[in-house]
Design a protein around this ligand. Structure first.
Ligand SMILES: [Zn+2]
Length: 213
């Protein structure tokens, strides 16, 4: 007896194109099924972060061997690259819903989309071969950068613990006094210079009137 509650499945965006391919392949292998009609009637997906929706046609387009160009469909192009179809969204997965369709057993169709060695729950719908290469390269670079950072920190800690100074932070400074500014023996450098008479009390004398001796 078929189960009439819709099945749902979280699909990692990095593997969404591969998932669409596997889903379409599984439906094509199901006898008496018209793939587009089943996708339209039974499959839709939502980004939980921005609520962008995908429909059966989108899934079929994603499954195409050639990824849609940004001109044809910016949404599908972004999805094929492993990102949410909405440019401003950084969601990581889509929530797929599989509504009951006569003649389609979603449980067995979805089982066919899973790799044979589906051990980890997250790997079940992604499949390693379909991960976009860009993602993998980016992750490798991030890992290398993290490794280098850890090594630098460890070297720095060792350096400080062995009594070193932190380079660039506590660079030793040397000061030399300019002999010209040094106070002479017996004199303090707070004594006003001889020429400074600015604040000295002043005496005023009336200037002689013009024309008089
Ligand atoms: Zn989104």
């Amino acid at each position: 007896m078929p189960d009439h509650t819709p099945l749902t499945r979280q699909v990692d965006l990095r593997g969404i194109a591969g998932f669409a391919q596997a889903l379409v392949a599984a439906l094509r292998a199901t006898p008496g099924v018209e793939v587009l009609a089943v996708l339209r009637a039974g499959v839709h997906a939502t980004c939980p972060q921005c609520q962008l929706r995908l429909f059966g046609e989108d899934v079929l387009a994603l499954a195409a061997s050639q990824a849609p160009s940004p001109e044809t469909s910016p949404k599908l192009h972004r999805l094929a690259q492993g990102f949410c179809g909405r440019q401003s969204c950084n969601g990581l997965f889509y929530e797929f819903t599989f509504d009951p369709v006569p003649g389609v057993d979603w449980e067995s169709v979805l089982a066919q989309t899973e790799p044979a060695d589906a051990g980890a729950a997250t790997a079940a719908v992604t499949g390693p071969a379909v991960t976009p290469a860009g993602h993998t390269r980016k992750r490798t670079r991030q890992r290398v950068a993290l490794g280098v950072a850890v090594i630098v920190v460890l070297l720095l800690v060792r350096h400080i613990m062995t009594g070193g100074t932190i380079p660039w932070v506590r660079e030793p400074r040397r000061f030399t006094a300019d002999p010209a500014t040094m106070p002479k023996l017996g004199e303090t450098n707070t004594a006003p210079p001889a020429s400074s008479g600015t604040n000295a009390p002043r005496t005023f004398r009336a200037a002689p009137e013009p024309g008089r001796p």
